[in-house]
Write a protein that binds this ligand. Structure first.
Ligand code: SF4
Length: 166
């Protein structure tokens, strides 16, 4: 199955702080989780994107959070610069990769204002999480593409098994 994966989960240094969120190398994941992640990566056709970099932002860059979670969306960085257009462009590029390649599922980084699929920071830069989605995860799901995060690998595995023909 074709899967779109957040670049930082694959170990690419694309995060705002210039680091990555590698599942395989992160000590907070058990060996069994790393093994499952690697099995999924090796047994499927992987496409990779960092929507924020694809949207024109650099590495490193200022931390950013969504301050308006419905249209018109608004994303501000910690210095109050408006980076909404970069986030929207990155989301569109992620969707384009899916549409051009027939990708029906993504494995995206949790809590990210771009990639988070079920909770993200609330826009106050105070580490408070709320039940909202990052702009890329939202756009993919609005277009019928299922999004899992790195703590939902078992669910992703079940989805792959059930939808092998996709
Ligand atoms: S935008 Fe997504 S892929 Fe890029 S660093 Fe943030 S979580 Fe990772």
């Amino acid at each position: 199955m074709k899967i779109l994966v957040s670049s930082c989960l694959l170990g690419e240094d694309t995060r705002y702080d210039g680091l990555n969120s590698s599942v395989a190398m992160n000590p907070k994941f058990k060996f069994s989780q790393k093994e499952l992640f690697m099995d999924i990566m090796c047994e499927n056709e992987i496409f990779s994107i960092c929507p924020e970099v694809a949207g024109g932002l650099g590495i490193p860059r200022n931390k950013a959070e969504i301050t308006s979670h419905s249209k018109p969306f608004k994303v501000l960085d910690i210095e109050q610069n408006d980076v909404t257009i970069n986030f929207l462009l990155g989301a569109k590029k992620a969707l384009d990769i899916c549409l051009e390649n027939g990708i029906k599922v993504a494995l995206f980084k949790s809590k990210s204002p771009s990639c988070g699929n079920n909770s993200i920071y609330d826009g106050t830069f105070s580490e408070n999480l709320i039940e909202e989605k990052g702009l890329s995860a939202r756009l993919l799901e609005e277009n019928g593409i299922k999004v899992f995060n790195e703590f939902e690998l078992e669910e992703l595995k079940k989805f792959i098994k059930k939808n092998r023909s996709l």
